[in-house]
Every structure is written in C-alpha cells, then in structure tokens.
Design a protein around this ligand. Structure first.
Ligand code: FMN
Ligand code: SF4
Length: 664
C-alpha cells in the first residue's frame, strides 16, 4: 500500500469519533496511563508544569484522551510501612492541592482538544490483600488480610477520590482492575479465599469492584465516563472465559461506559509492559473476544507500535479504540505523522523498557532510549536555538548517529565518519539476534533521518589523530568511537576456542556446546545466547551475580528468562569464571569460594561488555585541538538510553544559546 493510501486508511479509521457514555472521543487512539513514572504533577511548580507539558505535547497530535494516573489512599494500621511500586499510604487524591494541580492537567488537555482521564489505582497487594495469599510466585512478602471494616473504609476512599477527580474537572475515571490491583485480587478464587460476602461465588468476588464503581459513579454522575481496565486473562486470576463473564457482570450493572483490555502481569512473561520478544499488538484477538460479548466500547492496549497497526486492529473489529503508551513516549507525533503520510518519520520504540526501568532499577530520572526529548517538552521544539558550526562526528554507533542528527536539525553542517561498512555499531550486531529486530528498525529510521537532514556519511573511513579530515581548526569534533569487546583478565581468555561477542553475533562461533562467560548485567548476553541457541547450539551462561541480568528490572526479566528457558539455555549463578581451558570452564562460588570445573564445551564466548575506544579523544584533547567532545561508549560503555541522552546534552552545549550563556 502506498504512503498516501495508508494515510487515508489511518485517517478514515482512527479519526472517526466514538461515543463513550455521555462523551465523544474525537479519535480512536488514547495515551494510556504511564506518566506517573515520567513526571510528578505533585512535585515543585516546575515538575508539575513539566508533567502537564509532557501529556499536552502528546494530546496535541490528535489522541482522544490522555491519562494522569491516581493512587487511592491506603487504609493501613498506623505506622505500617508498605513497600513496592504504588504502595502509597496517602495518595494524591488526598493532597491539599489535588484539585488545583489536576485541573491544570484538565485545562491543558481541553486546550489540546482532548479529554482528560485518571485512574483509581490501589496496588494493595504489597501491604494488603483479600486473603493472606501471594498474588505472584516471585514475591514472597506476606500481605495483611483486610477486614470487612477495612474494606468499607477503602471503598470510602474510592468514593472520596472519584469526588475529587470530578471536582478537578476530569472527564473519565478508570478503575484500575489490572496489574494485581486489590480490585483484581478480589476476583481470583485462588487468591481470594474469603468466606464473607466478598469471597466465594463470582457475585461475591466482583462485589468489591462493583462497590468501588458504584461509589465512583455516584460522585462523578452521568456527564463523565467511567471505565474498567482489566487483564484479558491470567491463570493466577481467571481464564479468558471467566474474565468475559466478570466483564459481563460489571457491564450489567449499568455503571460502566467502556472496558480497557490489557495483558500481562507486574512480574511475569509477559509483564504488562511487554518487551520486544512479542509481536506488535499480539493480544488484540483477546480484546476481540470481549468486544464480541459486551454491549460497550472496548479499548485494546499492548505493544501497538504504529498508527497503521492501531487502524488494522480497529478495522478488523478487535477493538473500538487502541491505547499506545510507549509509541507515544518514543514519538509524540506518531498519529499526526501517520495522518499526513509520513509514517517513515516516526521514531520507533525499541521495547527494551528503559522508560520504566531507569527510574525503578537504576534510580535515575525518566528517560527514553530513542527519544531524548521526552520530559523536555517545556524547552519547545528542538532546533529553535541554532547551531552555527561545522561538526565532524567520528563513529556511527547510537551516540554518534544521534549527535549528528540533533546537530543537523539545529542547523549544523555535519559529516559523520564510520570505519565499518555500515552504520549502527553494536546495535547493528545485536539486531541480528531473532528477538532484537527492533534495533534494525531504529537504525533504519536514523539512516532516513540523517539522509533527510543532508548529513554526509563516510563509511569505511577511519579517523586518526593525524587524519587530514581534522585539519580544519574551526570544526567541532565529536568522538563517538564506541567500545571494543572487553576481554577480562581470566587465564585462558586469549585461547584458540575463545570468542568475543562480535564473533558470536557475526556467526563466527561454531560448536554444539558453548559456554558464555558473562560480565554484563543487562541484555547483550541474552542476545548472544539467543542467537547461538536459535542456530542450534546448547548454551551455558556463567554469572558471578546471584541473579542473571540484574539491571533488567521486573518488567523485562520474565520475558528474557522465559525465552532463555524455551531455548534450553542453562544459567549458572554465583560462579565467577577463574580460568578457561580447552573444553572447560573453571569456576569458583563467589561467596563460599568452592571451586568447580564444567567441561564438554566446544567453544567459549566472552559476553563481558565493552572497553571504551577513547584513544582519539585523548590524543585530540592532549593535542590542544579546538573543541572536542566525547559521547557514548567511547567514554564509558552503557546502554542506548545513555548514548542518546548524552548526545542531546552535548548538542545543547553546541547551540548559540549555550554559547551565550542561555539555555538551549
Ligand atoms: C513508564 C510506564 C508507566 C506505566 N504506568 C502505568 C500506570 O500507572 N497504570 C497502568 O494501568 N498502566 C501503566 N503502564 C502500562 C501502560 O499503560 C500500557 O498498558 C503498557 O505500557 C503497554 O502498552 P504499550 O505497548 O502501548 O506501551 C505504564 C507503562 C509505562 C511504560
Ligand atoms: S525507553 Fe525503550 S521501551 Fe520505553 S518508550 Fe523508549 S524506546 Fe520504547
């Protein structure tokens, strides 16, 4: 289909208005809840302004609504400290400035032509639950079984929260009956074993949700919409058929205006923020089953990566509307670009979940791997403040590509040199693993972007300190030379049957039994293991840590380890590799010191991260050459998100505004 025809289909399908209760949604795409991880409406004035600006920027591209999540306050024994994401004591609905802050969000959405939604979230499972049962097998923190009196008090909190949302002018209130929320836990006969009116029969198990919805509806009236977000199916809670029965029961109360169907848990495979191991929109057929059995509009959310995919889902009748969270983090204009036939310009999400993990695992501010502008919306569009320079970027990996593109977007004349025959660096190598193809999509997008911007790319050209390309003293140089594979100082690591990550990714490793020596806490070793295992090898990974992939976070690790198990990959933990010999790996338990020898390997691969290639930067700096910057792995090996964010930080330094002391 031509770009024009695709654009016409997107416009035709996605921009048809839809009635939701008493409201009219102007399009079929929403921005589902995610912004509590992105910004803080309840923080300082500046943080609140940024949190609103983030969603406003996304609303402006034509979505029907965006969602500012809300946590209902808990009812806990005085002094008890709940732990875990969302396990708040006092939620924002109880804040003194709730109405004032939330109405700023509402006004911004209305100004952008969109509706404003919030959620009633009660991730009660950590501090408390319907019964003293675990909602998941990987979290053994015993919950407090709530009493009938506590249930009554909690329901009053729902009532109070809905009233406050209405007071702030919110259009849509959504019950968060997914992601192991307390309201979802009540539904499960294996987790909820109560013998009172809230346990036992389906009528009893849905009583909490119905009571919360009743309380909310009484407060918001009929002029606002009330929805339910629920998991399509989850073996620990209910089957697909039981889920549909639950939805039908809720629909029959007449309280609900729409259902929002999602898939995945807070911990498993997939998590509800499904990583890149799955097909885009994979679970929309489950939403279709709900839609077929319900008299109300159904929204589907889960890995919808493009407006075209959203249009397909709606056109096929799987759902009436589609939610796209990460696609909007990666590119706020995903819908607008598709509408004008410019989908090739949409910055693709790579699905590695840094957006959720950076904050909760690394303890760093929010960041998107591909979109360094996310959370900088108040700065205005990038490129407003200009870069009047010639720029020479050395290295065509993620940091070099992003720096080159940003500088060119701001007006710089940029030449990029790459010594390999293709751009992409380590990302290109990783993209050859079967589940990592999204990296190739991202690199394709970067290549198109650079071509559009007129950046000159010289491939197979190595720049050395004395290269003539560096002769012009008024050219700013950005060194983005990346990292080589790190070879750890393990005896035998230089042996004949020992290979690097790049060897493995380029198909140079042979053998049925392969040992993977891992000294890298993120994804790369799993990409190597996947590539080799899919090619037919039996893989054993050796980790010195007590868990594999300790920087991956709970929204990704389940799918990663599930994939490894499917491929028969064995993972040994707490074993530091102390020697590699022909066919054997010698290990020592890192805590007890107990030695062991594991034999029978035809090859060993070192998945030990990178070692910075910083030589050019050092030479140019020492040589006193004009302005020289270093970005990405060349400085210290990290992940894509660090490279792109650093690229923006450096590009901002190059602007005229920075030169004159003002912010870019
Ligand atoms: C950073 C982040 C924060 C999220 N926070 C919430 C939340 O507060 N409530 C919720 O129901 N879902 C939350 N989600 C899940 C999203 O709404 C969505 O269901 C999920 O990301 C899958 O959709 P996508 O593939 O379009 O991103 C969050 C997702 C992300 C990435
Ligand atoms: S951080 Fe990664 S997963 Fe999250 S939106 Fe950005 S590209 Fe997508």
């Amino acid at each position: 289909m031509s770009e024009d025809a695709k654009a016409e289909q997107v416009t035709h399908v996605l921009f048809e208005p839809l009635r939701i209760g008493a409201l009219i949604a102007r399009s079929r795409v929403i921005v589902p809840p995610h912004s509590s991880a992105v910004g803080n409406l309840w923080g300082s004035e500046a943080e609140a302004a940024q949190a609103v600006a983030y969603l406003q920027r996304r609303a402006e591209a034509g979505v029907a609504w965006t969602t500012m999540p809300g946590r209902v306050s808990n009812v806990l024994a005085p002094g008890f400290e709940p732990s875990g994401i969302s396990a708040v004591v006092t939620g924002p609905f109880r804040y003194d400035d709730y109405v004032e802050r939330m109405s700023r969000f509402v006004s911004a959405m209305h100004a952008a032509g969109a509706l404003a939604a919030t959620q009633l979230t009660m991730n009660g499972g950590y501090p408390h639950a319907p019964s003293a049962r675990f909602a998941q097998p990987v979290n053994a923190l015993a919950p407090h079984a709530i009493s009938a009196k506590e249930i009554r008090l909690l329901l009053e909190e729902y009532r109070f929260s809905a009233a406050r949302a209405a007071e702030a002018g919110i259009d849509i209130v959504e019950l968060h009956m997914n992601h192991e929320d307390l309201s979802q836990q009540f539904l499960s006969p294996s987790i909820n074993v109560r013998t009172d009116e809230y346990g036992g029969s389906l009528e009893n198990r849905t009583r909490f949700a119905v009571s919360a919805l009743t309380a909310a509806r009484e407060q918001i009236g009929r002029g606002r919409a009330l929805g339910v977000r629920m998991n399509a199916a989850d073996p620990r809670f209910y089957s697909l058929e039981e889920g549909i029965e639950i939805a039908q029961r809720l629909a029959a109360t007449g309280l609900v205006d729409y259902f929002h169907i999602v898939f995945g848990s807070t911990w498993g495979n997939p998590s509800y923020i499904q990583p890149h191991f799955f097909r885009p929109g994979q679970w929309s057929p489950l939403a279709a089953r709900y839609k077929a059995e319900l008299p109300l509009p159904v929204i589907y959310t889960g890995l919808v990566d493009s407006a075209e995919r959203a249009a397909e889902i709606v056109a096929a009748g799987d759902a009436d509307m589609v939610g796209m969270a990460r696609a909007h983090i990666a590119d706020p204009d995903v819908l607008a670009k598709a509408k004008r036939g410019a989908s090739a310009e949409v910055r693709p999400c790579v699905g590695v979940n840094d957006c959720i993990n950076r904050r909760y695992v690394d303890g760093l501010p929010f960041g998107c791997a591909v979109n360094p502008h996310a959370t900088r919306e108040l700065d205005g569009e990038w490129g407003r403040t200009r870069i009047h320079r010639r720029l020479l970027v050395v290295g065509g990996g993620p940091a070099g590509l992003e720096t080159a593109a940003l500088a060119a977007e701001a007006g710089a004349t940029v030449t990029l040199y790459e010594r390999a025959p293709e751009i992409g660096g380590q990302l290109l190598a990783a993209s050859s693993a079967p589940s990592f193809g999204r990296y190739a999509d991202y690199l394709g997008w970067q290549a198109r972007r650079l071509a559009r911007l007129g950046v000159r790319i010289e491939l197979e050209t190595e720049i050395c300190p004395d290269s003539s390309e560096l002769d012009s003293p008024d050219t700013t140089v950005v060194v983005a030379t990346g990292a080589r594979d790190r070879v750890p100082p393990i005896p035998g690591a230089g042996g004949p049957k020992v290979f690097t990550a790049r060897d493995a990714m380029s198909g140079r490793v042979e053998g049925e039994e392969i040992a993977l020596v891992v000294q890298d806490d993120h994804l790369a070793p799993f990409a190597i293991a996947e590539k080799l295992a899919v090619a037919g090898a039996r893989i054993t990974m050796f980790y010195a840590t007590h868990v594999p992939g300790q920087l991956l976070g709970r929204y990704s690790i389940g799918s990663v380890l599930g994939r490894m198990d499917d491929l028969g990959v064995r993972i040994r933990i707490m074993e530091e590799v102390v020697e590699i010999s022909e066919g054997s790996v010698h290990v020592r338990n890192v805590y007890s010191g107990r030695p062991d020898v594991v034999s029978g390997f035809h090859a060993t691969v070192l998945a030990c991260g990178g070692e910075s290639e910083s030589g050019l930067h050092e030479s140019l700096s020492v040589g006193g050459r004009g302005e020289v910057y270093i970005v990405g792995d060349a400085y210290a090996p990290r992940r894509l998100v660090f490279a792109t964010r650093q690229a923006l930080a450096v590009a901002r330094l190059l602007t005229d505004a920075a030169a004159s002391g003002r912010h870019a």
